[in-house]
Design a protein around this ligand. Structure first.
Ligand code: SAM
Ligand code: SF4
Length: 348
């Protein structure tokens, strides 16, 4: 192994750091080129499956990554082979420096696309600047198109604003528009077709996502879980002409209704049948690197940066963390007690 010396520091991953051809990989040969970075924990909704009404114990702003720290992590990740970046939260549109962050990410060598996941409440207001920032994709979270149900699930009013934002997004130059629908029994299971119908005239993807147990167990224990297999079976009962097509790595089950312009995907977020092709790194709003959504371990990149660690040391921490990734999310979850109570603390 060649040695890279940086004064007194010798990198244990010197071969990888020396070769641009060495991808960021784990022991199972999975390559990680997709970074999901949470920009904040705060949110203007209180979705029942995500946060309690009173919110969570939000960290003080000083504990969250500053714009400069975010820029640094984005730059280092891109140097390590990350080509796709998703900005999430909390609600990322609440972060005032969102646009410069998108612009910075877009300018990095090797980064092909920058995406945003948002609840859409503030989308109309910021859509022009998002378009101008060069954003490649928007995932808009919307679980129902019924105003009363919207108020129940989000504990706020706002369906009209989200639908306005969605319409503007569809008409915008942003090339990929997806709707994230957390599918729940006895809540929106009767709305599958309403969502699928949105793909008739619009080149968008509607994604039905399994409910996950990151909600302080509020909804999780109420029998609302609606498994991917059942979602697909229920869609097939209602749509005759459904053709499977290829999707992204997470959209294992992806279909097109014949002649419709858009696509329909079903995401087995809880059943975890796609871990074998996982390509994701996750960084929380307070700068902890997770090698799995269900990981019980975290690597504190924020403190490392604040303690003055060099770029090479930070990269080593990232290599080391990703190398240790467990085979799948079940093994990862079994390593300890669930310590995160909300998706806002992970960056969904
Ligand atoms: N606030 C933004 C939003 O809602 O789009 C971004 C952050 S939110 C945590 C990201 C995604 O995680 C959303 O699509 C949301 O529906 C999903 N999510 C949150 N909690 C979840 C849970 N317990 N199970 C499944 N999906 C969840
Ligand atoms: Fe906020 Fe998104 Fe969580 Fe809903 S899912 S409470 S919009 S962070």
């Amino acid at each position: 192994m060649r040695m890279i010396e940086n004064n007194t520091y010798t990198s244990p991953f010197s071969d990888m750091l020396n070769s641009s051809a060495s991808p960021l990989q784990d022991q199972f040969g999975r390559t990680f080129n997709y970074l999901r970075l949470a920009l904040n924990e705060q949110c203007n909704l209180r979705c029942m499956y995500c946060m309690p009404e009173e919110g969570i114990n939000f960290r003080h702003k000083d504990k969250l990554l500053s714009a400069e720290e975010i820029f640094r992590l984005l730059k280092l990740s891109s140097q390590m082979g990350v080509s796709k970046i998703r900005l999430t939260g909390g609600e990322p549109l609440l972060r005032k420096d969102l646009v410069p962050i998108i612009q910075y990410a877009n300018c990095l060598d090797g980064v092909n696309s920058v995406h945003l996941t948002t609840n859409g409440l503030l989308l109309s207001k910021y859509l022009n600047s998002l378009e101008q920032s060069g954003l490649s994709g928007l995932n808009i979270s919307l679980d129902t198109m019924n105003a009363d149900k919207y108020k129940i699930i989000t504990r706020r009013d706002g369906l009209k604003q989200v639908l306005d934002g969605l319409e503007k997004a569809i008409d915008s130059s942003i090339r990929s528009i997806k709707i994230n629908v957390v599918a729940m029994r006895d809540f929106n299971d009767q709305e599958l077709m309403d969502f699928i119908d949105l793909t008739k005239e619009n080149n968008i993807t509607v994604r039905f996502i399994e409910l996950m147990p990151f909600d302080s167990h509020q909804i999780w224990k109420t029998g609302k879980f609606y498994g991917a297999d059942h979602i697909i079976a229920d869609i097939k009962k209602q749509v005759d002409e459904l053709s499977p097509i290829d999707g992204s790595r997470t959209e294992h089950h992806i279909f097109k209704v014949n002649d419709y312009k858009g696509k329909v995907a079903v995401i087995p977020a809880y059943t975890r049948s796609l871990c074998g092709t996982c390509n994701r790194l996750r960084i929380t709003a307070d700068g902890k690197l997770l090698n799995c959504l269900y990981s019980q371990d975290e690597t504190n990149l924020r403190d490392a940066m604040r303690m003055g660690k060099t770029d090479m040391m930070i990269k080593d921490m990232i290599y080391g963390t990703m190398k240790k990734k467990f085979k799948d999310g079940w093994e990862a979850q079994n390593q300890g007690n669930e310590n995160r109570k909300s998706m806002t603390q992970i960056g969904g």
